[in-house]
Design a protein around this ligand. Structure first.
Ligand code: NAP
Length: 265
């Protein structure tokens, strides 16, 4: 499933960012990801979804420094105000910080009971963090783990993705185009993407996105600042790659050895 990311948005780019998000919604990219950390992004998302709240699966995140029992509740209420909504569909701990997970999760449960969030999860959690989170109140509660995942960064496939699949936790791929480092068209990988894209009257980015969401437990949230980019990204959802094409992509973008630490942006 393909959704939409958001990021720091300055005033000059606000109108096209709003148009991009609305266009994405029109084309079925209803999962919108934001965070209190991304400057004015929550305000921009609030404008983009005005009058369309029920169409959206809206996700925001609390920064770890705010994620105490009381701080999480305050941060969530601040996000709701900025997003001009009464509820979030998902609320995530942005990455592991120093507040005990029990405290953050108790706040998440409190917010859930109040109907201010409908589900909650984590982001940038490696397997030891997930194991701890499971024991700290996360069992059967953690809806997703949002992690860095793109063709050049496949570290999650070693153990995070299998763990999430075994525990019924969705994996949400952030920076699915590698942030600003999408494979160059002239590189060996770029050439393979282009060849596969040509077989489907698609684009290299659409092929890359479809590879990342090839399993049901995988979601991706590319960020697009223009309706043109949003339209291209939404088109990836219609693409079906053959087993042979998946193998070719796998061989030119190998997952590499398991890193000591889960990479983050
Ligand atoms: N949990 C976390 O710690 C974390 C960290 C980073 C990001 N995220 C989330 O993940 C989202 C996506 O990650 P990201 O913004 O780092 O990187 P990304 O989605 O991998 O890449 C964004 C870049 O790709 C370009 N792009 C998008 N669609 C395109 C298209 N069809 N054709 C050409 N270029 C295109 C964008 O350009 P334009 O802007 O010009 O369209 C932008 O430069 C973020 O918005 C955020 O919601 C989460």
């Amino acid at each position: 499933m393909i959704g939409q990311g958001t990021w720091y948005i300055d005033d000059a780019h606000r109108p096209t960012a709003i148009a991009a998000l609305r266009c994405g919604l029109d084309l079925g990219m209803t999962h919108i990801d934001t965070a209190e950390m991304y400057g004015d992004a929550e305000i921009v998302v609030g404008e983009a979804i005005a009058g369309r709240r029920d169409e959206v699966f809206l996700v925001s995140k609390v920064v770890p420094s705010n994620a105490s029992r009381a701080g999480t509740v305050v941060a969530c209420e601040r996000s709701l105000t900025r997003l001009r909504t009464d509820r979030l569909d998902g609320y995530l701990l942005h990455w592991r910080g120093s507040h005990p997970l029990e405290e953050t999760f108790a706040a998440f449960e409190h917010l859930r009971e109040q109907g201010k969030i409908l589900s909650w999860g984590v982001s940038n959690f490696d397997v030891p963090d997930l194991e701890e989170a499971w024991k700290a109140g996360g069992q059967d509660r953690i809806a997703c783990n949002q992690v860095l995942y793109n063709l050049e960064q496949r570290a999650i496939e070693h153990s995070v993705l299998p763990w999430c699949e075994a525990h019924g936790v969705a994996t949400v791929a952030y920076s699915p185009f590698g942030h600003r480092n999408f494979p160059d068209a002239g590189s060996p990988g770029g050439r393979v993407l282009a060849e596969i894209a040509a077989n489907h009257q698609a684009t290299a980015r659409q092929v890359a996105l479809q590879f990342l969401v090839r399993q049901q437990s995988l979601f991706a949230i590319p960020k697009a600042s223009t309706p043109l980019h949003a339209t291209e990204n939404a088109g990836a959802g219609l693409l079906r790659l053959t087993d042979d094409e998946l193998r070719r992509i796998d061989s030119v973008f190998p997952r590499g050895p398991m890193p000591e630490r889960l990479p983050m942006l």
